[in-house]
Write a protein that binds this ligand. Structure first.
Ligand SMILES: Cc1cc2nc3c(=O)[nH]c(=O)nc-3n(C[C@H](O)[C@H](O)[C@H](O)COP(=O)(O)OP(=O)(O)OC[C@H]3O[C@@H](n4cnc5c(N)ncnc54)[C@H](O)[C@@H]3O)c2cc1C
Length: 414
């Protein structure tokens, strides 16, 4: 196979990059992924929240442009502007109000609520003695991440992009005439859920780790590559010969049933404890980023132990409607975390890779769905015209770590 651009990883970001590239006129874009259904990918295991409420302008701009796009495709991508309510205690309130000034300056509407206002907007929040107030992002809300990914793919395929399923990137070499030769293993038949999980936890890359009974080796010639492999980006970087400072970290989500409480009129609510929740069909969905989680490719859900240690106590302290909850189920997926909690977007540098051949878009931690459209469009602009045109993403280049040009870390992370 030949391609102008080969995208490694077909999650929300890889699909959005392909969408961006073909929207700018590229004809021959290929995306490879060992599992396009994305069973263990972050894009299938996330909470679907979208918000423009950030401490750093670049994140607001990426989210704003993406949400603007989602609102034009609201039906297809399941965008619902049901709001984000951030609850604050006194110790974070002043900084939050400072960020809110930036939100409003940037054209992102955020209402300030005192404690009475919080109780009025969300009457079931009746334990408020520790609160100073809340900020309500009016256009923040939820999308359906699966439908969003399918939307990017359908649009990209309509303009000629190809998505190759069952294809696992193992390595590449760069020829002196500017081509990249990619070696991928193509599984002959669909992998089972257990096989996919095993593959994506072990990350094999040596030839003798694959058997000819399982599939064949394929070679793809490309002008340029994009590393859009999410939590697997550091593995892809290593195989390409450069280093990536991000790490995969497990994040868990619980579904619960609150008897006598209908959560459907509300959007995402973020408690000062860091526990967040929103309605999910007939249940509540709640997550928490345990700061003690060690890095690694781990997908096991801790079940009752997680729910009872982290989720339920925080919810119990916030509402008497949460005093009796039934834990229904849950799951775990991977955040890909960079040292400053910002994404890494741009040309990849370092090691043995030649200039202008390898690009990257990954390390979106807990915000890849909400920034996917603008990140894909931005990287496509950089690759096609050599510079960013809509949002300047230069500061998200990985060179910030190499050159010590740090940008302020993002603090509105959950
Ligand atoms: C629990 C949880 C909650 C979240 N909540 C939100 C939220 O509310 N809002 C939000 O915006 N974001 C949220 N996120 C983050 C969001 O899901 C991610 O930032 C986003 O999905 C990243 O997309 P991606 O395409 O970079 O990665 P992925 O979706 O993980 O895709 C990477 C792809 O690379 C493929 N791959 C791996 N190895 C190879 C290889 N060798 N060759 C080829 N392909 C390979 C994988 O199969 C995978 O399909 C959450 C994440 C988690 C885990």
């Amino acid at each position: 196979m030949n391609s102008e651009v080969l995208v490694i990883g077909g999650g929300l970001i890889g699909s959005a990059v392909a969408h961006g590239l073909v929207s700018l006129g590229l004809k021959n874009v290929i995306v490879i992924d060992p599992d396009l259904s994305g069973e263990w990918s972050s894009s299938e295991l996330n909470a679907g929240g979208v918000r423009g409420t950030w401490s750093q302008t670049v994140n607001l701009e990426l989210s704003k442009a993406s949400i603007d796009y989602f609102s034009t495709q609201a039906e297809q991508v399941g965008y619902r502007p049901c709001g984000y309510l951030w609850l604050h205690r006194q110790e974070t309130w002043d900084a939050a109000l400072g960020s809110r000034e930036m939100h409003v300056r940037q054209g992102w509407p955020v209402e300030v609520l005192d404690v009475e206002g919080v109780r009025k907007r969300v009457p079931f929040i009746d334990k408020t003695s520790d609160l100073a107030g809340g900020l309500f992002g009016v256009r923040d809300g939820l999308v359906n991440p699966n439908r969003l990914k399918e939307h990017f793919r359908e649009e990209a395929m309509r303009r000629g992009a190809r998505f190759v399923d069952g294809a696992y990137f193992c390595g590449a070499h760069f020829s002196s005439d500017g081509k990249v030769f990619v070696e991928a293993f193509r599984f002959a038949s669909g992998l089972s859920s257990v096989q996919k999980r095993e593959l994506l936890s072990r990350n094999p890359s040596m030839r003798d780790e694959f058997s000819s009974e399982e599939g064949d080796w394929i070679r793809i010639e490309a002008d340029r590559l994009v590393n859009a492999a999410g939590a697997w980006a550091p593995e892809i970087a290593r195989r390409l010969g450069y280093s990536c400072p991000s790490q995969p970290v497990r994040r868990q989500i619980s579904l619960f049933h609150a008897r006598d409480l209908d959560l459907t009129p509300y959007g995402m609510i973020i408690d000062p404890s860091g526990v967040y929740f929103h309605p999910e069909s007939i249940y509540g969905l709640s997550g928490f980023a345990n700061p003690g989680e060690r890095p690694g490719y781990r997908f096991d859900y801790d079940g009752d132990a997680f729910f009872e240690e982290w989720i339920w106590p925080a919810l119990y302290e916030r509402s008497s409607a949460f005093e009796s909850l039934r834990h229904v189920s849950g799951w775990a997926g991977l955040y890909e975390e960079s040292p400053d909690h910002h994404a890494i977007v741009g040309e990849a540098f370092g090691g043995s890779i030649p200039r202008g051949r390898v690009f990257e878009a990954h390390s979106f931690s807990g915000h890849g769905a909400m920034q996917s459209f603008a990140a894909g469009r931005g990287l496509a602009e950089k690759m096609v015209s050599g510079r960013y045109q809509t949002i300047d993403l230069e500061l998200l280049s990985a060179t910030r770590f190499r050159d010590g040009k740090s940008i302020p870390g993002e603090t509105w992370v959950i």
